[in-house]
Ligand binder design. Structure first.
Ligand code: HMG
Ligand code: MG
Length: 305
């Protein structure tokens, strides 16, 4: 059966912007529940400045805990520069993701670099990670719209994606940082990217600000995309991108895939345990658009048992 390859970014994108700071053991419990549900790839943490993102200050402890407990899990960590890469290596990380925004202002707000600096630093970081035998991803953020500069020129997104690939990225992750994309825009940008880049080297990272994440994911599937970032419970958002709401919910994309004949390896009822734990930890109701319906199915099956 045709498959979607899902990376759950809930432990990083999901938790980086929460007012409640989640403890290291609780982050590990959350990841454990994701793995039990069948998630095979997670973005576990980010090695960024703890002053900029205090929620990720325990990245090294999270990576160390995962190495002990989940040897077979594909675990990536976000690093914005060479210092982040060094910290990730020291912690034992095997896969990193750099973050390059496709506009000048977004790079300055997010990582305090110009577009040119961010491009060069991302290239150096990818090359160094590769030289150390690590797997690599490169985010191209604000690939649709930028909260500061409006619609991002498509040619620039294609050109930066190509540069990240040439610098050694195993996967280029096209990110809709503020959740402003629409299916038509996804189709057009995906087609343009796929002219230059093999589709299996591309992944999509949607945010769901306008309720379009599932429709956007489906538009990408129809263009041949199979790799997607998701976040259990739909939590997430970049602290430096005004208006960024939660990520595409894992449960929504898994349900979409299952009902469309695409495998994910993820058990939806088991995934709800992870969403429940995230709710307890963050002390507020969570869940993608399908979560209420899924919870009713779980209740019915418990009553029938
Ligand atoms: P800066 O202040 O320009 O850095 O920050 P600097 O090089 O001048 O260094 C300042 C201090 O930070 C120094 O320490 C450095 O050692 C330290 P001090 O001497 O003051 O004690 N430093 C670091 N510490 C820990 N880890 C590091 C690191 N680098 C320098 N890696 C910096 C530049 C990039 C560090 C900062 O701006 C930063 O950490 N930004 C965080 C950005 C971030 O986490 N954004 C959210 C993730 S991106 C996202 O969510 C989008 C995504 O989901 C895709 C999408 O949806 O679009 C991926
Ligand atoms: Mg994001």
């Amino acid at each position: 059966m045709d498959r979607l390859i899902l990376t759950d970014v809930c432990p990083r994108d999901g938790l980086q912007n929460q007012s409640t700071t989640v403890s290291t053991p609780d982050k590990l419990k959350l990841i454990d529940l994701l793995v039990r549900a069948g998630v095979q790839s997670v973005e576990a943490a980010s090695f960024v400045s703890p002053k900029a993102v205090p929620q990720m200050a325990d990245a090294a402890e999270v990576v160390a805990g995962l190495k002990r407990e989940h040897a077979g899990l594909r675990t990536s960590v976000l690093v914005p520069n060479l210092k982040g890469l060094e910290r990730a290596q020291a912690a034992g990380a095997r896969e990193i993701a750099v973050v390059l925004s496709a506009t000048e202002t977004m790079n300055l707000k997010n990582i305090n670099m110009t577009l040119q600096q961010a491009t060069e630093v991302s290239e150096q970081t990818l090359k160094s990670a590769q030289a150390h035998g690590m797997k690599t991803r490169a985010y191209v953020a604000v690939a649709f719209d930028c909260p500061f500069e409006g619609t991002t020129p498509l040619e620039r997104v294609v050109q930066l994606s190509r540069r990240m690939l040439q610098a050694g990225a195993d996967e280029v992750v096209i990110a809709d940082t503020i959740g402003s994309a629409s299916p038509g825009m996804v189709r057009d940008r995906t087609r343009a990217l796929c002219q230059d880049i093999p589709v299996d080297r591309l992944a999509m990272h949607f945010h769901d600000t306008r309720g379009m994440a599932v429709a956007n994911a489906w538009a990408a599937v129809e263009e041949g995309m199979r790799r997607f970032d998701v976040s259990a419970g739909g939590i997430g958002g970049c602290p430096f991108a005004p208006g960024a709401a939660g990520n595409a919910a894992t449960e929504d994309l898994v349900l979409m895939a299952e009902r469309s004949g695409l495998a994910t390896g993820i058990d939806l009822m088991a995934l709800l345990d992870a969403v429940d734990l995230a709710e307890q930890l963050l002390q507020r109701p969570l869940g993608g658009r399908s979560a209420a319906w899924l919870r009713r199915q779980r209740e019915k099956s418990l009553q029938a048992a």
